[in-house]
Design a protein around this ligand. Structure first.
Ligand code: HEM
Length: 354
């Protein structure tokens, strides 16, 4: 545990430094034209608790709110549940956790390349439709996305991940495809890039390592990791050769999806960290977590290797807890708690007065 404490101190020190990094280009778009500047995300926005959010926010406004979302998620497929965990991340990193990712229309976030493979929208729409009947105009789409991310995590971890979701978010009315470029980390990113993009959201290296564990569920399309297939350079983070050969074979069949975790595909668990250590991971952003002493230390810890005698038993327990805490922290990014920046949409795919 002493090692853990040292890692924690180092993590917080380094994260305060990394907030000074500039933001690099993400993926999905060619670099923007410098003569047309686009706003960059704020560096290190205020951390928890986001003003106005509280656990049990709907208890007196719409008591069934969380139950309705839970029921909708319970009926979803494992794939949709994985999609819901990712949806929360993609919502929060672009314009804050304000359901901007749900807005439909030309040049919205939803049309941007990294979001084309998002799934779970129907689950959100079903929950919203039921809630508009039960308590019209009360429950925001942004909170539904946050609840659904928690409920999907709960279900895919067999009930081991569970946490109270502070709520009271309003829905945003701005959604631009180009914003995904600056804010969503690309799969080919190295540790510096990914760290800087998380730091810009107020999330440190530990949050990044913990949240990356979500890559123990769901799937990826081949074109998200072709840079890692042969003849990719044989670096210390290169994909494990047998997996690389298998995937080369599978992906040669055309545009297919493969599981992100080949051992426990539909379980949100610490297998991800074992996969990172054995290089059985799809993206460079995953593999590069071993390239610093600090992040490699966390990976090793969550994989159950530290401290050696206790680690195996301690790691899953600690990670389930840390994942919940990091999801809550991510849920504080760029929150809107009222007009004029926010409203309670009546339909999640459209602002109230288009
Ligand atoms: C570290 C930076 C990250 C990068 C570069 C990244 C990148 C990606 C990519 C490229 C895919 C596959 C998309 C496709 O080809 O269909 C994916 C899938 C996924 N990501 Fe991430 N991601 C990151 C962090 C996160 C975080 C923080 C979460 C949630 C807490 C998350 C949750 C997921 C899930 C659940 C899937 C599978 C989705 C599905 O099956 O529909 N990712 N990610």
């Amino acid at each position: 545990m002493a090692k853990l404490a040292v890692l924690a101190v180092l993590a917080s020190l380094l994260s305060s430094v990394s907030c000074e990094f500039s933001i690099y280009a993400g993926y999905g778009y060619p670099p923007p034209n410098p003569s047309q500047p686009y706003p960059l995300p704020p560096a290190c926005p205020p951390l928890s608790p986001a003003p106005g959010l509280k656990v049990g926010y709907y208890a007196d406004k719409c008591p069934c709110a969380e139950d309705v979302v839970r029921d909708a998620v319970r009926n979803a497929t494992a794939g949709e549940k994985a999609g819901l965990v990712r949806l929360f991340f993609h919502d929060c990193f672009v314009q804050g956790c304000d359901a901007s990712v749900l807005l439909s229309g030309p040049q919205t976030e939803r049309t941007a390349f990294p979001n084309l493979s998002l799934r779970g929208f129907e689950v959100i729409d079903a929950a919203k439709a039921a809630l508009e009947k039960a308590c019209p105009g009360v429950v925001s789409c942004a909170d539904i996305v946050a609840f659904a991310g928690r409920d999907a995590s709960y279900s895919l971890s067999d009930g081991k991940i569970n946490y109270g979701v502070p709520a009271g978010r309003y829905d945003g009315n701005v959604s631009r495809d180009i914003d995904t470029f600056f804010n969503l980390p690309p799969p080919f990113g190295d540790l510096n890039l990914t760290t800087a993009m998380f730091a810009a959201k107020g999330l440190n290296e530990n949050d990044m390592v913990v949240l990356s564990g979500a890559h123990s569920i769901g799937r990826s399309s081949c074109n998200s990791f072709t840079d890692r297939l042969p003849p990719a350079a044989n670096s210390s983070t290169a994909m494990e050769p047998i997996l690389a050969a298998d995937l080369t074979n599978t992906c040669s069949a055309g545009s297919v999806n493969v599981p992100q975790d080949f051992k426990t595909a539909d379980t949100l668990d610490i297998q991800y960290y074992k996969n990172v250590l054995s290089r059985d991971v799809l993206f460079n952003s995953d593999a590069s977590l071993t390239t610093s002493l600090l992040t490699n230390g966390w990976v090793d810890f969550y994989a159950g290797n530290r401290p050696s005698f206790l680690g195996k038993y301690l790691a899953p327990f600690v990670w389930h807890n840390d994942f919940g805490e990091a999801m809550v922290k991510m849920g504080n990014i760029g929150v809107k708690t009222g007009p004029p920046q926010g409203e309670i949409r009546s339909k999640c795919w459209s602002v109230n007065n288009p």
